[in-house]
Design a protein around this ligand. Structure first.
Ligand code: 13P
Ligand code: SF4
Length: 377
């Protein structure tokens, strides 16, 4: 894990208004050379300065299309790494707080994944294709490409799983099974959305010898799911859904597919952050929505849709602690350094790893994206 040293004193107690004024001035002065990308979970203070906002897929596409010399990525480490992989060596990607990691990405060490894949492949006796959620390190993405697999995001996981299982003649990877890394919930929710049952899925626990799997069970399963999860989405429950419906009959519930299977099944829809936002924005006035994802995004969605009732599904609003590390003082600090000709907190993936990881991302980007939110099954 990367450690961010404390910011110089002058940034620590800076009044918000003053910090906002300075960020706005620096953005104007730096012009087209700098582009600020922000994920939907960012606070309003940071989000207001973004040139581009989106979910993981959209931000990867925006980074790939950008020609800016400096990309200031207000997200978490794996997102900045993906941006570095997809941009040219002349561009620099900057993460305002270098210790803003993703707890789930850190649950899948590349060497452990590679060893697990070999075990699963030899027990399966037929071709296994790894599909790695973008919430993963560059090294895990690079392994994925070497093993013939691709990345996915929460907005295209189903399409990528279908690609993994389609024959090579149909343009697929020709796999008989999918090894889904590192989010077991996204893996299971995607398998069920494709019409498979929980009995077709097995969880590989990296803490147990051989993942805790028996060879016969591995041969029978269609999906092997790495035992990783997100602590933010793990907190949503079916009780919360029941309570929301009893308080507000007719309320519609959308959750992120990182939520546990029972929660996605009990909700009305699931989708990526961008898909959730688009669905609520496009809904007719007057409706009520409860959203199962991070709180900054839900609050902003509610503020942008005053003609609807939009609330979080959770009892205690969950924040992504690492995403929140990228705050206004850190944004100001990186911009002031850029304006003084100094690049701080550059995220740089080593060239060989980058070329392999790029392949896994490009295979994903070549697959036509899914539409909007998916109805629950
Ligand atoms: P999205 O791609 O849906 O924005 O999700 C990213 C993420 O980390 C959610 O926890
Ligand atoms: Fe990672 Fe969860 Fe934060 Fe998303 S919400 S960035 S999965 S820790």
């Amino acid at each position: 894990m990367n450690i961010q040293p404390p910011l110089p004193k002058e940034y620590q107690n800076l009044p918000v208004e003053q910090a906002c004024r300075r960020v706005a001035q620096l953005k104007t002065a730096l012009g087209q050379d700098v582009r600020i990308l922000a994920h939907h979970y960012q606070s309003d203070e940071v989000f207001q300065f973004a040139d581009f906002v989106g979910d993981s897929l959209k931000l990867s596409q925006q980074a790939a299309a950008s020609s800016a010399r400096f990309i200031v990525f207000c997200g978490v480490h794996f997102m900045a790494e993906s941006a570095d992989i997809l941009t040219s060596p002349q561009q620099a990607v900057i993460l305002p707080d270098i210790s803003a990691g993703c707890a789930m990405a850190e649950m899948a060490d590349a060497a452990d994944v590679e060893e697990a894949f070999e075990q699963v492949q030899s027990a399966a006796g037929e071709m296994v294709v790894p599909v790695t959620y973008v919430n993963s390190s560059a090294a895990t993405k690079a392994f994925t490409a070497r093993a013939g697999g691709a990345c996915c995001t929460s907005s295209n996981a189903r399409r990528v799983f279908e690609w993994a299982l389609a024959s090579k003649l149909q343009g697929g990877a020709g796999g008989a099974k999918v090894f889904a890394i590192p989010d077991r919930h996204l893996g299971l929710n995607t398998a069920v959305a494709m019409g498979f049952g929980t009995e077709d899925c097995l969880v590989y626990d990296p803490k147990l010898e051989g993942g805790g799997l028996e060879a016969l069970a591995t041969r029978r399963a269609k999906f092997i799911l790495w035992k990783g999860q997100c602590y933010v989405h793990q907190r949503f429950t079916t009780d919360q859904i029941e309570r929301a419906r009893s308080r507000q009959p007719g309320i519609r519930i959308i959750v992120h597919p990182e939520c546990p299977r029972a929660v996605v099944a009990a909700a009305d829809y699931s989708g990526s952050t961008e898909q959730i936002i688009q669905a609520v924005n496009a809904a007719p006035a007057g409706g009520a929505w409860a959203i199962g994802t991070e709180t900054n995004m839900v609050r902003r969605l509610a503020a942008n849709n005053p003609d609807k009732l939009v609330r979080t599904l959770a009892d205690t609003p969950p924040f992504c602690r690492t995403m929140s590390r990228v705050d206004l003082p850190h944004l100001l600090w990186v911009l002031e350094n850029l304006s003084a000709g100094k690049v701080v907190n550059q995220v740089r993936v080593e060239e060989k790893l980058s070329a392999q990881a790029r392949l896994a991302l490009e295979r994903m980007l070549a697959i036509p994206p899914q539409g909007g939110i998916s109805p629950s099954r």
